[in-house]
Design a protein around this ligand. Structure first.
Ligand SMILES: C[S@@+](CC[C@H](N)C(=O)[O-])C[C@H]1O[C@@H](n2cnc3c(N)ncnc32)[C@H](O)[C@@H]1O
Length: 259
């Protein structure tokens, strides 16, 4: 990845060759793309000024710090387990295992990767933080299942040798904090590695908040990033048992199909 120097907000200009990103080490291409906008009345640049989302470098630094501190509130599984299980059930209905190849984007400690492997999927988990990956490998070993865990970025799946032919992709809270151009970059990679009938299960905060939590994605942005996919299901995420920051973020589930 190519990084450019930090540019302060006060000096930045809006334009094709200006960077308005206070993030350290953000790639020029990504920041320029913020100005291009996604679609709709509000340009990506304006959206970015409200809550820019994180460029990849900042995101990685942040998650390294969170994993290092052991502050991983998304790991409270009480509320998640039933909901996620129901989403997986929907993908397995009427089929027999093995179900095919599944890709877990930002797999963390591999909870869902291992769950999918136990259900009969052939799973690859991609994660940027080595500490989380070590725990994921241990989890798979303890469970006695094989999962391919890779260190790499979800925005560079092919560079990470993630492979091809995935029928199911999970994005459970990984991409919704990224800047618009980064979200599109991930979608491009997902397009490159999935089958023509693939499903993407995504969990994302709703946008509209300020502060350090992920900026969130709304359906419009999800659909714009994943052109060629259809949102076939959208549901509120049940936040009972989750920390207050999750409740305030009004998270949603999306099921997208590529057909
Ligand atoms: C909110 S956590 C969710 C983890 C997991 N999906 C789960 O539900 O337990 C987001 C995960 O994505 C990882 N991550 C963030 N940016 C990434 C990137 N660019 N490439 C790969 N993993 C990333 C983080 O380290 C973290 O483990």
């Amino acid at each position: 990845m190519r990084y450019v120097k930090r540019v302060s907000r006060s000096k930045a200009k809006v334009g094709a060759d200006a960077l308005d990103c206070a993030h350290i080490g953000c790639s020029g291409a990504v920041c320029r793309d913020l100005d291009a906008g996604l679609n709709g009345a509000q340009s990506g640049y304006q959206a970015a000024r409200q809550h820019p989302g994180r460029c990849l470098v900042v995101n990685v630094l942040l998650y390294r710090a969170l994993w290092g501190l052991g502050f991983t509130p998304w790991e409270r599984r009480q509320a998640w387990a039933e909901q996620v299980s129901a989403m997986f059930d929907g993908e397995e209905q009427g089929r027999q295992p093995p179900y095919g190849a599944a890709l877990d984007l930002g797999c963390g400690t591999g909870f869902w990767s291992v769950d999918l492997a136990e259900r009969g999927w052939e799973v690859t988990g991609v994660e940027i933080v080595p500490k989380a990956l070590r725990a994921a490998r241990e989890r798979a070993q303890k469970a006695g299942v094989e999962v391919r865990f890779l260190e790499g970025s979800v925005a560079s799946l092919r560079d990470a040798d993630a492979g091809f032919g995935f029928r199911l992709v999970l994005d459970l809270g990984t991409v919704h904090g990224l800047a618009p151009a980064e979200v599109k970059a991930v979608a491009g990679e997902v397009n490159a590695v999935t089958t023509d009938d693939a499903t993407l299960l995504m969990y994302a905060f709703s946008p509209g908040r300020k502060g350090p939590t992920p900026r969130g994605l709304d359906r419009e942005e999800v659909e714009a990033a994943y052109a060629g996919w259809r949102v076939v299901d959208e549901q509120p995420f049940d936040t009972s048992g989750m920390p207050a920051l999750f409740k305030k973020a009004d998270p949603r589930w999306y099921r997208l199909r590529r057909d």
